[in-house]
Ligand binder design. Structure first.
Ligand code: URA
Length: 284
């Protein structure tokens, strides 16, 4: 155990920062003894002019606010979207699609996720909800929207008479995400990641045959509509989804609503609009 209280403090704040940023697991094969590395780096003889960086990085958050920090880039993809487009068109059923997507090795996300997360609810339900990507609980259970945000989603759906466990297409919901694999630390998927999975999602909608799509949050809305406009401007405005011809309503993501409960009233307007569309009013 290292006795230097300054170094110990820096390591603890580094760990706290990683936890705040969403890191919840160690993914290296073997532990790294950073006390030993720091001790080596502190020896004057081991420093060169070109290598004066301390072995232990003082976390950026101790110098900068969170808002100033750059978004975390995702790991590079192994394959272009043209691969996924060709694979997606081959799927004739939802089972085929799930199999093709699970087997596809074009993304490093697959190596760090525990489970493949494809869907929940009733295929053929009138409403299809599309979210961002599995979080920790979804990764553990292999089902979308089962953590805190998912519980809020269930309450929101119940408020307009919907239930993902129903076997009546008019009362049920079918749920998926843009990404079927959890990004480490729940980081936001990159536009490249969303783009590469988009052909799978479009095929998913075509095979699930909903009447209406509810797109929850920035990631699915930007990917499905090919826009860079943020969700605050997009929400509440029905759009004809070009690839499927279906009416699509962008709305806030339930995880955002957990952080910003004041915006629940806007989400409520969106839910009423979904209810009306399901009741047969033409939303477009
Ligand atoms: N957030 C999402 O976008 N999808 C999930 O499945 C869970 C949380």
């Amino acid at each position: 155990m290292n006795e230097d209280p300054d170094l110990r403090g820096a390591l603890i704040s580094a760990l706290q920062w990683q936890i705040e940023m969403g890191a919840d697991e160690a993914i290296a094969e073997a532990p790294v003894d950073r006390f030993a590395l720091a001790a080596i780096a502190e020896k004057p003889a081991s420093r060169t002019a070109a290598n004066t960086t301390p072995a232990v990085d003082i976390p950026a958050s101790t110098r900068k606010s969170r808002a100033q920090t750059a978004p975390t880039p995702g790991p590079p993809l192994n394959a272009p979207a043209t691969d996924t487009a060709a694979l997606a068109t081959q799927a004739e059923t939802l089972d085929d699609l799930a199999e093709v997507m699970r087997a596809w090795d074009g993304t490093p996300l697959k190596e760090t996720a525990r489970n493949f997360v494809f869907c929940d609810g009733l295929p053929g339900a009138d409403l299809m909800v599309i979210g961002e990507a599995p979080g920790q609980e979804e990764d553990r259970q292999g089902k979308p929207f089962v953590g805190r945000a998912g519980q809020l989603l269930d309450r929101m759906l119940a408020a307009i008479g919907l239930d993902r466990t129903s076997d009546d297409p008019a009362k049920a919901t079918y749920i998926t995400n843009i990404l079927p694999w959890r990004p480490v630390g729940n980081r936001t998927p990159t536009p490249e990641e969303s783009g590469v999975f988009l052909p799978f999602v479009i095929r998913h909608v075509q095979l699930a045959k909903p009447k209406v799509i509810l797109s929850m949050g920035n990631t699915p809305t930007k990917a499905l509509l090919g826009t860079t406009t943020g969700i605050k401007r997009m929400r509440g405005h029905w759009v004809a989804h070009e690839a499927t011809g279906l009416p699509l309503l962008p709305s806030f993501h339930p995880a955002y609503l957990l952080r910003q409960p004041a915006d629940k009233k806007l989400a409520w307007h969106d839910l009423i609009a979904v209810r009306r569309a399901l009741d047969g009013e033409n939303p477009l």
